[in-house]
Design a protein around this ligand. Structure first.
Ligand SMILES: [Zn+2]
Length: 376
């Protein structure tokens, strides 16, 4: 069941993924115009490497029509999104002809710190996908998050106290529902910087970079189709397409057109994901020129049962607030977070790349100015 070393698209680290994708991008230059805009953050990776958002534009420098594929919004989930980007760079772009007004963009690592350090959150313990807000209310938190604060954010991992906390979580689920517990745990809170699902007190450097890249490079677009890849929600290897746009909105309707009616609105309660605060797609839509048609989906690739994933995220949050990532407990928690969000399973990886390729195909079919060469 283990992934083979020959797995061609999943990369061993953020640094290797970044370097090899940049190299593949430069290698496409004889066929396509290539523009690369890299914006670094101040932190470094575990090998001292630069951490950056790399916006790689293939085709028109000032596109009217663009397909954007982004990875690593939730750091460590970037192994999966980047695998699809590596697939596109090697298998799709070499065969593509693009009209003068059309571009394909690979945005590598929205949250490069989390990707490099195997965390879901960024350098400020912020869930990057709760940070796209115009203003931040530092008292914003639900009454139920407050009630479950110690269950979600334990001070220790003492087995007896942990058993009591999980029993309290179980009682909460029985009183309300599993779905409500999920919502409380993951919707985003703005009060506790050390707590799970902290959305930030200010817009994060990576979010500022991403919005600036969109404003600068996509300022003249009239069509933008965007996929931002995620893992950890749903059945093993399954894919659900989620958007933050309200059901029935123009963006949701265009997304439905592109992906054949499969896009579910989180804000309208249709998706596996419950409604969430401060989503990236809401920030991007606001940064695009007003008349632009915008189709967007977060493909969520399922890994393990939800309780295992939430436990892994919770333990990682404890580790960074109270533990030592270099001791045995810390290493085990980091390894479990990686497995929970990037299964070491060749079949899973194959399914994900195949599904990603299909989603990209559907997007290309709806993007003006795309010609296929040499078959598909
Ligand atoms: Zn995610």
């Amino acid at each position: 069941m283990n992934a083979t070393p020959t797995d061609p698209f999943f990369q061993p680290s953020y640094g290797v993924s970044r370097e090899s994708l940049l190299e593949a991008a430069r290698g496409l230059a004889p066929r396509l115009d290539v523009t690369i805009d890299s914006r670094s953050i101040s932190e470094r990776g575990p090998e001292g490497e630069t951490l950056a958002l790399d916006f790689m534009i293939f085709g028109a420098r000032r596109p009217r029509h663009a397909l954007v594929l982004s990875s690593g919004t939730h750091g460590v989930e970037g192994y999966t999104g980047s695998a699809i980007q590596h697939y596109v760079a090697r298998r799709v772009l070499p065969r593509l002809g693009l009209g003068n007004d059309t571009a394909i963009v690979l945005q590598h690592a929205n949250n490069p710190y989390g990707f490099a350090w195997n965390r879901r959150v960024n350098e400020g313990n912020v869930d990057f996908n709760r940070n796209f807000r115009e203003s931040f209310d530092t008292s914003q938190v639900s009454a139920d998050y407050e009630r479950l604060y110690e269950v979600l954010n334990p001070l220790d991992l003492d087995p007896e106290r942990e058993a009591r906390r999980w029993a309290a979580a179980q009682r909460f689920i029985e009183e309300t529902s599993q779905r409500h517990f999920q919502q409380v745990a993951i919707e985003g809170q703005y009060k506790y910087p050390q707590g799970m699902q902290f959305g930030g007190h200010v817009r994060q450097p990576g979010a500022r970079h991403l919005l600036a890249l969109v404003r600068e490079h996509l300022a003249e677009t009239s069509t933008v189709i965007w996929l931002d890849f995620h893992t950890g929600l749903g059945e093993f290897g399954a894919c659900e397409l989620i958007t933050g746009a309200a059901a029935g909105s123009a963006s949701h309707q265009f997304s439905q057109e592109v992906w054949n009616g499969a896009v579910k609105s989180a804000s309208s309660g249709e998706s596996l994901s419950t409604p969430l605060n401060g989503l990236l797609d809401r920030g991007i839509e606001a940064a695009l020129p007003a008349p632009c048609r915008f189709a967007f989906a977060y493909p969520e690739f399922g890994t393990y049962p939800q309780e295992r994933v939430i436990r892994a995220i919770r333990a990682d949050n404890w580790l960074h607030a109270h533990g030592d990532r270099d001791d045995a407990t810390g290493r085990a928690i980091s390894a479990e977070l990686l497995e929970a969000l990037r299964p070491n399973d060749a079949r899973w990886r194959r399914m994900i790349v195949e599904k990603g390729a299909q989603l990209v195909d559907q997007a290309l079919a709806h993007l003006p100015g795309v010609r296929r060469r040499g078959g598909s």
